[in-house]
Design a protein around this ligand. Sequence first.
Ligand code: SF4
Length: 528
Amino acid sequence: MGFVSLGCPKNLVDSEVMMGLLDRAGARLTSHPEEAEILVVNTCSFIDTAKQESVDTILEMARHKTAGRARKLIVAGCLVERYRDEIQKNIPEVDAVVGTGELESILEAAGLAPAINTPGVPQVPTLGPGNAQMPPSPFTILTSTHAEVRSGKEAEAGTHKSHPESATALVQNENSPKGGGRAEGEQRERAGRFRRDEWQGASHLLPSYLYDETTPRLLSTPRASAYIKIAEGCDHPCSFCIIPNLRGKFRSRRFESVVAEAEQLVARGVREITLIGQDTTCYGEDLGMRDGLATLLDALARIEGLRWLRFLYAYPNRITGKLLDTIAWHHNICKYLDLPLQHASPDVLKRMKRGAGAEIFLKTLGKVRAAVPGVALRTSFIVGFPGESLRDVEVLEEFIKEARFDWLGVFSYSDEEGSGAYGLAGKVPQRSIEARRRRLMNLQQAISRSSKQNWVGRELTLLAEGESAETPLLWEGRSQYHAPEIDGKVFINDFGPLEKLEAGRFYRAEITEAHDYDLVARILFAEN
Ligand code: SF4
């Protein structure tokens, strides 16, 4: 079995769940597509470039079916939610499709019988490069340019880049909220937020699946790090975004399920957990919790052996005092906040259906920085939204200068059928969008260059990740101020008193050089 996972960390967790189900049913994974009998492509469909990448990858895997050993080609993920019928109609090599809400039907698609779960057997074997017992990763992790998720190197200022509806789509997982979701989601559903009428060939059924702590997962991340998806879907009305149509209404995993999964991961050697969801700051609202994310972080931070805990992504108007106090209080909650603001001009934000503006955002950032001293802040913006004027871009520039983010991504607006913005007048020409994006990225580059100089001489803890992909003469690491796969890098060019480093271990280090986005460090000593 060969598996290609595209897109964001949330899609990666879906891939890990599908691989876990396949592994438990007896399938063996290979990193060589030419050797695989069954090939799976887990797709991304957020914007046009992601869709194109998904289609190109499916076609590439289809060639292994015509010329190689592969007997079956399965397409999973967001592209299926949008083009369920079209995929098989237009690419006859595709044997089955699996939507985001029917992950368990990967077994039926692969022609495998589900294995019987044995109570007490750990469900989270790892497959990361740090684990010597495991074969090389079967993944080709390809990144997408996702406005909220940001895996794409090229879009970042400073970062390194017909299957019938199965029963699982209809049956709510036991994790699903019993109360039927948040009032906001119900209201938005009545207003048509989640409708897919304009998408020919898509199922009208919204995904409702959630995995839990008993679901098998094969981790593909390096041994010391893992993601946990704490919620799925989104109820927000952002007019540029089709994620709610693709992933369904917001729903939280049970509190106990998340805690149990985190405990299992730490017991297996994971030291860094990143909580993910479209909007983690809504966590627990559908379960009747108040300050659900803060409560969850507080419980997870108490797990012995967990060195770093962080979450992605925060919706700006849901950052509460209790959340900030919780981040500040626990030494192992990373002082890092990713809050995608999307724009700073009140006019654009109003048409984006997000509200607020530069003035309110600056107050929020001030509150965050006061409550969590030294916090690293990341955001992302979309330029070229319909009706965006040059004055709007200037407002955004002024805001970026004042806010001085540590990390920032700028994405080009992508006109998505089915989104609220699709029918808006005032579309900005593509060339102007690109010019605006470059202008903002150049601005952030200058800000980053000057602020990174302040890091020189600082001592901090680094998680060693292994030899640099750029040269074996250097190692790469991350601090608590760098989220996995997103932010700049810390290159280690001096091992100090140590002869060698170990991937997945923590070291005390001193920053010796700073570049536009990346840092260079010297190891001082190994931490426990
Ligand atoms: S918060 Fe807005 S941009 Fe983010 S996933 Fe939800 S609808 Fe999309």
